[in-house]
Design a protein around this ligand. Structure first.
Ligand SMILES: [Zn+2]
Length: 887
């Protein structure tokens, strides 16, 4: 039985302000064929009537794909952390779907102008359909786009109108309903668990308010709409891989925003990334103008330009711009449930969101279908121009000498390759631009179709327009928030802390092309050595080996100081020492450890040291198999808690126990060596209460290690006997304490500057910084910085600036550089630049038998400032080695 779809839809309460249709999807002049399985027939609820769970959405697409294989194809391309399939469906005319493989391979040919003459390119442009990729739900609690994409699939298969036929003849429609199925599942199960017999529209009701962590993020609590630069999460990494199989000409990342807002589509807000081309911006206008036409016709409100910018290249709506597509965000006001009462009293329903998204998608398909040849031509021109731009560019090649941190280099080159960038590794020594390089150095030539992406990822800085910055200065003087939407620096070499040289000539050297693997192949040199093995410290492969060895119960020593072994090699501080005497069957185990970790291990026949401590010295520690607990729930910032767990669990395979702050009083902290306190989005003092706070103090004095991330540092400095003797600073200011009297002595304001200064509050907070890359200087003599080079780059976000510890209290092992050297990349207000200089980034203070370690900025930010990760690992493992509990 296949009932006519429209007859089965329920009527929905609608927005007073708009003449909404009473059924969704509603598209003017549709003629639905009653043969196609409706959502209600498959799922038992009509479109927009319930928030479908991930498994339901998948099952609907599976039903369509098995029922109409000639018109829709389902492709599963990966799995989320929790094992849910990542999939997309492609819908087209039967003609186009029959030759889908060839069409996709033709798009890949068109994408590489190096192997294409003009006649062949023209032939491809004339024969290929347009292609559109519609993605929803990267934020799992932005609920209507995945539903609307189900409705779109139904509509495209069921509608017999000439309009839909034309779209499908000219366009391949890729539908990816859920980029983040784990986040959506968290939202949907929690939502229906809080609903009573009637749905509440009250924004303060339990159903309208998500508990920690909300559904926005994935399993490791990452905002995946920031992950398109370093591809740390399987959901995004796999998506970047599949997008390069067909290079869709238009990519729509479909989101939701606050329920009081209407609908947002392109053009985007300033600042635009300067590496987006004029032609792309014009195409974005085409999309916006056509959407506006439909929204006008149906009476739907919308806005453009005001909020969502196109500067940061790590959004879903940005990355496809840099392979030459058109990428944009759509944002619908969210009902965040079935009903939402807006401030004007009207009720926004879930179905309202579904319907508006659906119209925006149909409008986008119409634009693509009508502009198919233009879009194909523009894509090809983009790729071709990129090639010649690279050839003409002042920078012809980026050269990585790769003399240290082999694991970091391997990871970065693997990531660049995953982005579609060709990376070569020299197989011989060479000279370029006056420098000598050894074999093993990496070279990225700029004359590639991905030229703009190369510049975006490898330049220190991508500048915002001067006029935009001037406007922000002006806004700041009026105490208006700035319009910088995200971080202003994202240079991968800076974030990985790897040296890169820029050369104005293309490098000509024998080389191999690097593959997408991000992990080194491990190896053991002198495997049958008599004494044991050394693993040089300084990269994440060695950290992974430490993790694996400790979990196998091996005894691992680590030197606090660098040393020169009698084999002539100088080893950095932190280097690991494993001896046969301590570890039975080590020769077999070490092979397996090198392989599983990617570390390079060297066998040694004796323990004789020429310079530095011997292995029995007090400067060589046993690293304990640290038991690590992590605070996990309010008031922790979920992004900080998530990345703190991710780097230990997925970066080095080390287990972590997540403990809710509310359970701390009952928890047995003696079972742990290290307690990690993520950055806070609330107030630890309030959340923990006096007793739990005392318990953490006791944990430290008995020999525990407390690691505070970002603004969790604030909790450490509170109270009469703080765990950390630092203070947080107000803004540097001349402003005097206000006088108590109502009338005061007169004063002259002799200039506009003086007037401006008078407006400032007494004891004002420093201005907030949206995020730049800050250079820090490393005290290399401390055990906490073992294996870390003399300078590292950290993200700096916000306005928390701390005073250095005095020598009587502890050490400031990382301090921000002088004002002249501070900014490695990105934008910072001048006053902040002056005030941040020489302030601590990493402090350590011994307390009782334990250690207190504070990162004043988030070291695990988006898990992509890789140069900071070893410091975090050191804090956990070397911190535990330097605490002295009575074991
Ligand atoms: Zn979103």
């Amino acid at each position: 039985m296949r009932a006519l779809y429209l007859a089965s839809c329920l009527a929905f309460p609608t927005l007073a302000m708009a003449a909404s249709p009473t059924t969704v999807p509603f598209f003017p002049d549709s003629q639905y064929h009653n043969d196609v399985v409706s959502i209600e027939q498959r799922l038992g609820h009509a479109l927009g009537e319930r928030i479908s769970a991930p498994a339901e959405i998948l099952s609907y697409f599976e039903t369509l794909a098995s029922s109409y294989p000639e018109r829709i194809k389902l492709v599963k391309y990966g799995e989320s952390w929790q094992g849910r399939p990542l999939f997309y469906a492609v819908i087209g005319s039967a003609d186009n779907l029959a030759k889908l493989d060839r069409l996709e391979s033709d798009m890949r040919r068109l994408a590489d102008p190096r192997n294409l003459n003009k006649a062949s390119a023209d032939a491809l442009i004339n024969s290929l359909p347009a292609s559109v990729w519609l993605a929803g739900g990267v934020h799992g609690n932005e609920i209507s786009p995945p539903e609307a994409l189900m409705g779109l699939a139904y509509h495209l298969l069921a509608d017999q109108s000439a309009q839909t036929k034309a779209i499908l003849a000219n366009t391949l429609v890729y539908i990816e309903p859920m980029q983040n199925p784990d986040g959506r599942n968290r939202f949907v199960s929690r939502y229906y668990a809080t609903v009573g017999i009637a749905h509440s529209a009250d924004r303060f009701s339990a159903e309208q308010n998500e508990p920690w962590p909300n559904g926005r993020t994935n399993h490791y609590l990452f905002d995946m709409n920031r992950d398109w630069i370093s591809l740390t999460q399987p959901e995004i990494k796999n998506q970047v891989r599949v997008l390069q199989q067909m290079f869709p000409l238009i990519f729509v990342d479909s989101h939701e925003m606050g329920g009081d807002q209407s609908f947002y589509f392109s053009p985007e807000a300033e600042p635009y990334n300067p590496l987006v081309t004029g032609a792309q911006r014009e195409s974005l206008d085409w999309l916006g103008q056509n959407n506006a036409k439909w929204f006008d016709q149906l009476g739907y409100d919308y806005f453009t330009r005001e909020i969502f910018d196109a500067m940061y290249p790590g959004y879903g709506a940005s990355w496809p711009l840099y392979y030459g597509g058109i990428a944009t965000t759509y944002e619908m006001g969210s009902a965040r449930g079935h009903n939402y009462r807006r401030t004007d009293g009207s009720i926004l329903t879930y179905a309202d969101g579904v319907q508006r998204n659906f119209i925006a998608y149909m409008s986008t398909l119409e634009t693509a279908s009508k502009r198919a040849k233009d879009l194909l031509q523009r894509f090809y021109s983009y790729r071709q121009t990129s090639l010649t731009q690279g050839e003409k560019d002042g920078i012809r090649s980026y050269i990585f000498p790769a003399t240290r941190d082999a694991a970091g280099h391997q990871k970065l080159m693997g990531v660049l390759t995953q982005h579609g960038i060709t990376v070569n590794q020299a197989t011989a020594d060479f000279r370029a631009c006056g420098n000598s390089y050894q074999q093993g150095a990496y070279v990225v030539n700029t004359a590639q179709p991905t030229y703009q992406l190369i510049r975006n990822l490898l330049d220190d800085d991508v500048k915002m327009a001067e006029a935009f910055i001037a406007r922000q200065q002006d806004r700041r003087s009026k105490n208006l928030p700035d319009e910088i939407y995200d971080v202003t620096a994202w240079s991968l070499p800076l974030m990985y802390n790897l040296e890169v040289n820029r050369c104005n000539r293309a490098v000509d050297v024998a080389s191999i092309t690097v593959g997408p693997d991000t992990k080194l192949a491990g190896k053991v040199t002198d495997a049958d050595a008599r004494y044991g093995y050394i693993v040089p410290w300084g990269d994440m492969a060695a950290a992974r080996l430490l993790s694996h060895a400790l979990q196998q119960g091996l005894t691992v020593k680590s030197s606090d100081l660098p040393f020169t072994h009698s084999n002539g090699v100088r080893y950095p501080a932190g280097s690991l020492i494993l001896s046969h005497a301590d570890n039975p069957q080590l020769a077999t185990k070490i092979q397996q450890l090198a392989q599983s970790s990617g570390a390079h291990v060297t066998g040694i026949n004796s323990s004789w040291i020429k310079d530095g401590p011997n292995f029995g010295s007090g400067n060589v520690q046993n690293i304990p198999n640290a038991r690590v607990a992590l605070l996990w729930d309010e008031p922790a910032n979920p992004l900080s808690a998530g990345s703190a767990r991710f780097i230990l669990e997925q970066g080095i395979d080390y287990p972590v126990t997540a403990i809710r702050p509310a359970q701390l009083l009952r928890a047995e902290l003696r079972h742990y060596d290290v307690l990690i306190m993520p950055a806070s989005q609330g107030n630890y003092k309030q959340a923990l209460g006096a007793q739990a706070q005392q318990k953490i103090h006791d944990f430290v004095s008995r020999g525990g290690v407390l690691v505070a991330l970002g603004n969790a540092t604030d909790w450490l400095i509170q109270g009469e006997k703080p765990l950390l003797n630092s203070k947080r600073e107000f803004k540097v200011s001349e402003q005097k304490k206000p006088e108590a009297e109502a009338q005061v002595a007169g004063m002259l304001l002799e200039s506009r500057e003086l007037y401006q200064q008078r407006l400032e509050a007494f004891q004002a907070q420093p201005d907030s910084v949206s995020g730049f890359l800050a250079r820090a200087e490393v005290d290399q003599d401390h055990w906490l910085t073992a294996g870390v080079p003399a300078n590292v780059n950290s993200i700096f976000v916000g306005n928390f600036i701390y005073q250095p510890l005095t020598l009587a209290h502890g050490r400031n092992v990382l301090t921000f550089a002088s004002p002249e050297k501070l900014v490695a990349g990105g934008f910072v207000w001048e006053e902040n630049r002056q005030q941040i200089a020489h302030k601590p980034l990493l402090m350590v203070q011994a307390q009782g038998r334990g250690q207190v370690i504070a990162f004043t900025q988030e070291p695990n930010f988006r898990a992509y400032v890789d140069g900071m990760h070893l410091l975090y690992i050191n804090a956990v493992f070397r911190g535990a080695a330097h605490a002295t509990p009575l074991r």
